[in-house]
Ligand binder design. Structure first.
Ligand code: SAM
Length: 260
């Protein structure tokens, strides 16, 4: 994985010099390779193809700050859950590249997608000198709504603008089946966790796309974090690239991950 990450970094440095058709071909090949895992899930074949097709359409039209393979991992995990009636919470959407994909997944699973974002970029907090994303990834609510309308399933989604401390930290509105946190901050991650932990369904799962950020990783591995949230520490499983899954066991039982 470190090799792939280095290769990606190198490619990013020379991308602007690569002819456009070659760039498009490489991007398509990269996305297809990333989504290949979706074909091995328990979803009906038609659903698997539909997800891959919709995801590729999003990739061609909306900028993203995640890797296709990370989305495939999330699909793989959710394919093993019973569908129906709960919330998928996304905290940090930028232009909605991930949101559009989650909206298709929510359509399959019967979830409602609630998307929280400041729409003012990453909150300016001095957490780490080497990975400071302050004010990066700013977008507008209108832009994300339009992307959801064009490339996602807008009817499944609700957008909640504002800093996490004033929105999700005050509590999720219903039972949460899945949460995806991608805000590049330990502070934001903690605020999201504080709003969802009490509402997480017993087999609920939290994904962080910020596991590569040392302050976030430290927060998640610090027993005090979980003590202050009133739950036992979760089982944390690194998946691919920056993605990790957090699963919580009912009191007394060890947490176990259950991908399909
Ligand atoms: C890396 S981007 C998300 C990328 C997106 N998930 C994707 O895959 O394309 C991080 C997002 O988190 C949001 N964000 C960061 N800190 C926040 C906070 N404290 N409250 C609300 N939104 C925040 C930013 O506005 C930004 O849209």
């Amino acid at each position: 994985m470190a090799l792939t990450t280095n290769a990606l970094r190198r490619y990013a440095e020379v991308r602007d010099f690569v002819p456009r058709p070659v760039r498009r071909f490489l991007n398509l090949a990269w996305c297809l390779a990333g989504y290949a895992n979706i074909l091995t899930t328990r979803f009906p074949l038609r659903t698997r193809w539909r997800l891959i097709r919709s995801f590729l359409r999003v990739d061609s039209n909306v900028a993203r700050a995640h890797q296709p393979a990370e989305m495939a991992e999330i699909v793989r995990w959710l394919a093993s859950r019973k569908p129906g009636g709960e919330l998928f919470v996304e905290a940090g959407c930028w232009k909605g590249g991930s949101s559009c994909k989650f909206s298709h997944l929510c359509e399959v699973m019967g979830y409602k997608l609630i998307i929280y974002d400041s729409f003012a970029g990453v909150e300016a907090v001095e957490e780490s000198a080497e990975m400071d994303f302050s004010r990066m990834y700013a977008s507008t609510r209108q832009e994300v709504a339009e992307n959801l309308r064009r490339y996602g399933v807008a009817a499944r989604c609700e957008l909640i603008p504002g800093w996490f401390s004033e929105t999700i930290a005050r509590g999720a509105p219903a039972t949460v089946a899945v949460a995806y946190i991608d805000c590049d901050l330990a502070k934001g991650t903690y605020e999201v966790l504080s709003g969802i932990i009490g509402k997480l369904s017993p087999d609920g799962i939290v994904f962080t796309q910020d596991y590569h950020i040392p302050v976030v990783k430290n927060l998640l591995h610090d027993p005090n974090t979980w003590q202050s949230l009133g739950v036992d520490p979760p089982f944390i499983q690194p998946l691919c690239f920056n993605l990790a899954a957090l699963t919580f066991a009912p009191p007394g039982a060890p947490a176990k991950p259950t991908p399909s």
